[in-house]
Every structure is written in structure tokens, then in C-alpha cells.
Design a protein around this ligand. Structure first.
Ligand code: ADP
Ligand code: MG
Length: 325
């Protein structure tokens, strides 16, 4: 199968209208796609690469990898409060393996259908495996949730439970053990659900927002720096799993609840949203959390002294998280 047949067979089926007026004038097949932006909307655009051995282990299930490659990008749209519209896909593969391609494209297609995003182009090359998606979304002019908009006095919130993906990574590295938690953690690691509904519900409610991909402390620090503010965190309020002795089998360093929490707020692969909002929005945030059936927990507050502090001890928090360089 040549490159064009491969694109036609596996990826062109993802170039399908998700709604009547989706703005695709020309999709896959020409030198460029042509896209019509809706009026009074900004284009929100982001790109993320997954490299074998860095972002996923060799031998990862291709269907789950297809999901994740798109999901981590959708998570960036969620963090801006943007609606998914279009995406591009760049695949670099060492060899052409039909079963792998079929499963990869299938996993991606399922999430694309669920989230209403359409594939409009890409690139296909041979080389060490790397997968890149560029997502494009729309957000009403002036309504995007930016990192630089946290205000002194804001509450700080996080969605979901942190650290599950990170625990999944430990499970993957150790070899799978078959219990309920293990499955949940691996699902969080390999098929994260981007918090798109939360992101769009937070438009006009939250001040600043970021998706937690490299660890809560590190990602929150980006918000604080961009907003020229600091924060205190109530560490015991941060939603993490309860410690159990079995966790020490995954890593001897997970020796108690505090050690587990430290891991969960630094490990990354959460794809939850961390955001700030004025105290006056508390009721509204509680209501939208209930509507979306997604836990949203208040974990701290923004203040004017630069840095990130433990609310209880007043100590500076040491920020650890994933960094490539
Ligand atoms: P060009 O030589 O002009 O760069 P390509 O041969 O790379 O064109 O691609 C042909 C068409 O197929 C283009 O419209 C491109 O966007 C699309 N395409 C290539 N690879 C992919 C892919 N992995 N997924 C979706 N579309 C792709
Ligand atoms: Mg090309």
C-alpha cells in the first residue's frame, strides 16, 4: 500500500462532517484544507506530539494510543474553554502495519465522533514512531480562559481526582495486576477524557484555567507566573486516592498518605482542569459540577506574594513535575 492509499484507507474516514455547518470547505486531499471560521469567534489552536519511549511505552495498545493522541490535544482546547472543530494528524511510523493502523485510527475516530471534531489533513512519514495532532477549536471573542487572568483573592479549584494516570504508569512499568483500581488507573493513563464540557461551562465564570498534564504544582505555577500572583494550597483538600499498603508494591516510596499525595500532585498525565474563580462564583461552580456529574474541589487561594505555599505550615512548596529538558 503506498502512502496515498494508506491515508485514504485509514485516515480519510475521519474526515467526516460532525454537524451540518462545520466550516470545512475542503478537507483531506489537496495541498491545504480550507476552513471557514464562524463570525465573532477566535480560532484556538494547539499542537502536541507523543513520542514512543517518552510519552508512551513501546507496545501500547494502538486503539488506546489513537484515543490518547487526540485526547491530550482536546484537553488543551478544554483548558481554554474552546469548542473542538478540526484537527490535523502527523504520523511517523517505522513500518506499515495494517492491524496497528486500523486500531489506531479506530480509537481516534471514536473519540473524534464523541467530541465532534473532524480530521482535515496531516502528514505521513516513515521513521521512529511519533504521533502529532494539531487541534483547532472556536471560542467566542474575549471569552477564552487564559493562564494570565488569575486575580488576588480567587479560589483555586481542580476537577476529578489527581494521580490516577500516574499510578497507571507505575502499574504499566511493573506489569499489570488485575484488580479494579488497576483498570481505572490504566484507563486514566491511556484513555483520558478531556474535560471539554467543564471548560466551556467555565467561560464567563472562571478567571484563569490550565489543564493538568505535567503535575498540578508545576501547571498551577504556570498560571501564577503568567498572572503575576502567588497562592496558598490546602494540601489535605487536594483530591487524591486514599493510601493503602498495597501501593508500596508499586513503589516503595509510596509509604504513606503524604508520600502518595506528593506523588499525585507532581506525576502528571491527569488531564483534569485547574482553574481560579472569584469567591462570588462558588455556588455557580458547585451547581455546574453537579450538572456535569464531575467533582470539582476547592484547594486553595490566590494571593499577592509570589510563590506557592502550604496553607497550613506557611512553607514554600517544592514544585516537581515532568520536564523534557
Ligand atoms: P503534500 O505532498 O502536499 O504535503 P501529502 O502527500 O503529504 O501532501 O498529503 C496528501 C493529502 O493527505 C493532504 O491533503 C494531507 O493533508 C493529507 N494527509 C496526509 N497524511 C495524513 C494523515 N496522517 N491524516 C490525515 N490526512 C493526511
Ligand atoms: Mg505532506
Amino acid at each position: 500500500m503506498n502512502e496515498f492509499d494508506l491515508i485514504q484507507r485509514y485516515f480519510a474516514p475521519l474526515d467526516v462532517a460532525r454537524k451540518a455547518d462545520d466550516g470545512v470547505v475542503l478537507g483531506i486531499g489537496d495541498d491545504c484544507a480550507l476552513l471557514q471560521m464562524p463570525v465573532q469567534q477566535h480560532l484556538a489552536i494547539s499542537i502536541d506530539t507523543l513520542v514512543e519511549g517518552v510519552h508512551f511505552l513501546a507496545g501500547t495498545d494502538p486503539g488506546r494510543l489513537g484515543h490518547k493522541t487526540l485526547a491530550v490535544n482536546l484537553s488543551d482546547l478544554a483548558a481554554m474553554g474552546a469548542e473542538p472543530a478540526w484537527f490535523m494528524l502527523c504520523v511517523t511510523l517505522p513500518a506499515q502495519q495494517p492491524a496497528w493502523l486500523e486500531a489506531f485510527a479506530g480509537g481516534m475516530a471514536t473519540l473524534a465522533r464523541q467530541t465532534g471534531i473532524r480530521l482535515v489533513g496531516g502528514d505521513t512519514t516513515r521513521g521512529p514512531m511519533a504521533l502529532t495532532v494539531q487541534v483547532m477549536g472556536t471560542v467566542p471573542v474575549g471569552k477564552a480562559l487564559q493562564r494570565n487572568s488569575a486575580k488576588v483573592g480567587d479560589d483555586i479549584y481542580v476537577s476529578g481526582v489527581l494521580g490516577l494516570g500516574g499510578l497507571g504508569l507505575l502499574v504499566r512499568k511493573q506489569g499489570v495486576r488485575d484488580d479494579e483500581d488497576t483498570h481505572l488507573w490504566l484507563d486514566k493513563l491511556e484513555t483520558p477524557q478531556p474535560r471539554l464540557a467543564l471548560g466551556s461551562a467555565l467561560r464567563g465564570v472562571a478567571h484563569a484555567c490550565i489543564d493538568v498534564s505535567d503535575g498540578l504544582l508545576q501547571d498551577l505555577t504556570h498560571v501564577l507566573a503568567a498572572s503575576c500572583v502567588g497562592a496558598t494550597l490546602a494540601l489535605d483538600k487536594i483530591p487524591v486516592p486514599s493510601w493503602r499498603k498495597q501501593l508500596t508494591h508499586l513503589s516503595p516510596t509510596l509509604s504513606d498518605q503524604v508520600a502518595l499525595r506528593d506523588y499525585c500532585i507532581s506525576c502528571g498525565d491527569d488531564y483534569e482542569l485547574c482553574f481560579t474563580a472569584p469567591v462570588s462564583a462558588r455556588d455557580e461552580i458547585q451547581a455546574l459540577s453537579k450538572n456535569l456529574n464531575l467533582d470539582v474541589t476547592r484547594i486553595g487561594e490566590v494571593n499577592s506574594s509570589a510563590g506557592l505555599f502550604d496553607a497550613q505550615s506557611g512553607q514554600t512548596l517544592v514544585v516537581k513535575g515532568y520536564q523534557h529538558f
